[in-house]
Ligand binder design. Sequence first.
Ligand SMILES: [Zn+2]
Length: 327
Amino acid sequence: MTPVLNANASAPIVLGVDLGGTKLAVGLVDSTGRLLHADRAPTLSHEGPARIVQRLIELCRRVMEVGAPAGNIAAIGIGCAGQIDSGAGIVRNPANIPNWGEVPLVSLLSDALGAPGYIENDANAAALGEHRFGAGRGARNMVYMTISTGVGGGVIIDDKLYRGENGNAAELGHITVDYRGRRCPCGCIGCLELYASGSAIAAEARALIQGGLSSSMTAAAGSVDVITGRHVVEALRQGDAVARQVWDGVLPILGAGVVSVIHAFNPSRIVIGGGIAQAGELLFAPLRDYVARHTIPIMARVVELVEARLADQGGIYGAAAVAIQNC
Ligand SMILES: [Zn+2]
């Protein structure tokens, strides 16, 4: 036992900080992937950035007091939604936190906690987390896709995160799947996210039910108006005909997006996470079939589609991976 314990004790400990629109999650992780201690708190996004950052720092301090009482953390990693300037350590106007403006989050946390800090957007952080600790381990070229309220992604090339020219690469939700389609808030036309996100899936289900079809989703949600993507996934598991109709419509669009990603990056693994991926084989079996039929064969042969593994702790592990890659 002793050598193992020594190995873990000498592994650098980093602080992973996940700043989301509804919750703050902070955890101490060592480079072997052990989660030493974690805690969370509501974001209370209406309070504005000064109070959110103050409470975030207090949460970090509480976690460090329990999990790293000697204060010996090697680095702080931050995952956050929004437009991130990772070089300058600035978060600009995350869509899920109103009145944020521009906040130099990295220097605020670094100065308060006494360790160097690093930041990536939440999808890139999740890609790094899955690559280091989750379903992407061992895949030198990997793409992470998240399908939840929106669709996001992160790309690992030769074991490194691909950032693009100014840190915004891999906006996979904004791949065009219909060049004559609807206008996306991003300014583009026919983006994947408009058709295959959890929000889009739920909207399609609501439209079918409001058009006169009967579904178990209405009772499950309590009202048609509040049906979410998760309700669609749950109803699909139970054999609901409307959920099946929505799903059958979404799969080829999602398939087209995934095939485009494979053709662009030739990955050995695509890791899919987010609430919609919790459909499990109801998603992955038809998606694998679509990919096998529509992908250039030499690329189809080497790629596997797998479900993300870090689930609820993905935000903390992703942020920790951002720190570790800079240690
Ligand atoms: Zn778009």
